[in-house]
Design a protein around this ligand. Structure first.
Ligand code: ARG
Length: 285
């Protein structure tokens, strides 16, 4: 039995996760092409209006172009579309000029939608349905109508503390080497990893980590992680009553392997670049 099989047998969700409460991650977007999900993304606020035509994702999700790509917001279960679910074509994409597909450095992109998506409330990082605690059993499935709200962005240069709970969500593979992505939104809690520890873990794989531009999250024993199809989606941390987009799911070696945490684009490193792109792309004022 190889390592991937061992991981697959232990865990049957995002990897090692649980089904999200419907609409508890109201900023999450599914990027789809030909009605098939391939990456996640997050809605951000662009101005005082309660709508936005800007989403953030990973550069590697859109590096091959955006032809026929739609952003689906307000979704939970693709087989049971929510009432307020909305699908908007991606009109433009700008990925980071220093994105390097060989090293996955600067894996971030700003996408503009063909039309703005209306929010179902104000502020940022608020959620009408509290996300399920990562460590606890299911609890009530309070399903309201679809909620669509922007996530908060971190302060520029903000560094999150080590070993702090973060939550990653997505419709990606539920096990390494799996065949189908999930039709239901899954979530998993993973602690942030010290950047030196992250760099040395990946050095053993011949992969260079830039600690200012990348953020690691996962358990040393593995078992819980994002996986293929979760890329581009949000890693959030709670700050007071708000959820802040600290990471964008970027890469890993396999999924949920011991000693190899998931690697996320560190959003706080890109705030000036993101603001500039939003100003030049958004039609919302
Ligand atoms: N690159 C993958 C994607 O395109 C995401 C991989 C995340 N992997 C991980 N082990 N955390 O969906």
């Amino acid at each position: 039995m190889d390592e991937a099989d061992a991981v697959g047998r232990m865990d049957q969700e995002i990897v090692g996760g649980i089904e999200a409460r419907p609409h508890s991650f109201p900023w999450i977007v599914s990027l789809q092409q030909g009605a098939s999900h391939f990456c996640g993304a997050s809605i951000v606020r662009v101005g005082p209006k309660e709508e936005s035509d800007i989403i953030l994702t990973a550069a590697h999700c859109v590096a091959d172009g955006i032809s026929g790509v739609y952003a689906v917001a307000g979704a939970h279960d693709f087989y049971q579309p929510s009432s307020g679910q909305t699908s908007v074509r991606v009109a433009r994409s700008v990925y980071h000029p220093a994105y390097d597909p060989d090293t996955t450095m600067n894996d971030i992109a700003v996408l503009k939608l063909e039309r703005p998506i209306k929010f179902s409330g104000g502020g940022c990082g608020q959620t009408p349905v509290a996300p399920r605690p990562n460590s606890l059993s299911p609890g009530p499935q309070l399903s309201s109508g679809a909620a669509i709200l922007p996530v908060c962005l971190p302060a520029s240069g903000e560094m999150v503390p080590d070993n702090t709970e973060a939550t990653v969500a997505g419709w990606g593979l539920t096990r390494e080497g799996g065949y189908d992505t999930s039709s239901i939104l899954m979530q998993v809690g993973v602690p942030t990893v010290n950047s030196r520890a992250l760099a040395s873990a990946y050095a053993s794989q011949g992969i260079l980590i830039d600690p200012l531009a990348m953020l690691g999250a996962g358990y040393s024993q593995g078992g819980k992680d994002a996986c293929q199809g979760d890329s581009g989606g949000p890693l959030v941390m709670k700050s007071g009553s708000k959820y802040v987009l600290q990471g964008i799911t970027s890469f890993g070696v396999g999924c949920a392997r011991a000693g190899l945490p998931g690697v996320y684009t560190r959003v706080s490193n890109y705030i000036p670049w993101i603001s500039t792109q939003i100003k030049s792309l958004s039609s919302v004022r």
